[in-house]
Design a protein around this ligand. Sequence first.
Ligand SMILES: [Zn+2]
Length: 305
Amino acid sequence: MIAGAFDIGGTSIKYGVLNEQGDILFKSKTPTKAKEGGKAVVGQVIELTKSLQKDYQLDGIAISTAGQINSQEGTVIFATDSLPGYTGLNIKKEVEKVFDLPVVVDNDVNCAAIGEYWLGAAQGVDQFLCMTLGTGIGGAIVINGQVYNGEAYSAGEFGHMTLYPGGYPCLCGDEGCYEQYASSKALEQRAQHALEQSITLPELFDKARAGDKLSESIIEQWIDDVALGIKSLVHIFNPPLIVIGGGVSEQGDYLLDKLQRRVEARIMSSFQKPLTIKFAKNGNDANLQGAVRCLSLPEFCREDG
Ligand SMILES: [Zn+2]
């Protein structure tokens, strides 16, 4: 089986051609026409598929996307303003209208979790949590090797746990959500505020590694908040593994060691022993790989698959 695979985000669409083993035969990306609305974004997927078909005989189309997704219908249940007009769109139906091929659509963090379970950091671990620290915080819950979807396919919104009641306003309409404090974007904003200049996260981490005390303390405070959310998740799920994805995972052991120590200090000792925190291994490739896995073996992605 050869699949066209897509990972739709608010800023770019990563896409490629993968075989059944998850090998990436071709990969590229293009800016998302988010401002033109959801239908235009699906139109991009259709056009890109046509261009892939010029070089590859595709057997299916696998789509990983931002937003809460009813993976059975292929519908966007809810997406934030980063993808306007996306909510309510039936991506699967729109794509199937054009191609006589099987199409699967699932949430990007669910796809990342399945991809990491298949070929990455969670290989051989049947119960784990996957969390992505990006513009927001996404989550996926894997139980017995399957993504747990919840009643309305929306389970795992770790980013909207309340961390500080009455805190910063959140896109969800509430205040004080975890992602307002512990996302990569939140760290960037903290750094800009404290250093009074715009700084990228790699630059911030470089400064901290070089011994800049202020940069270090900004990172430490942020890690405290990241650990606070993980503490709740660990006490609810008692997982043996948490896989963390998103841009900060490039910071490797410097960040991971601090985070692991901070989490251990906060959780009950009975929860510590089996717990490992790892960074995702395959980055965005995991989203493509996970989506393709869902295409060939839907039971990994849905309890009703
Ligand atoms: Zn929220």
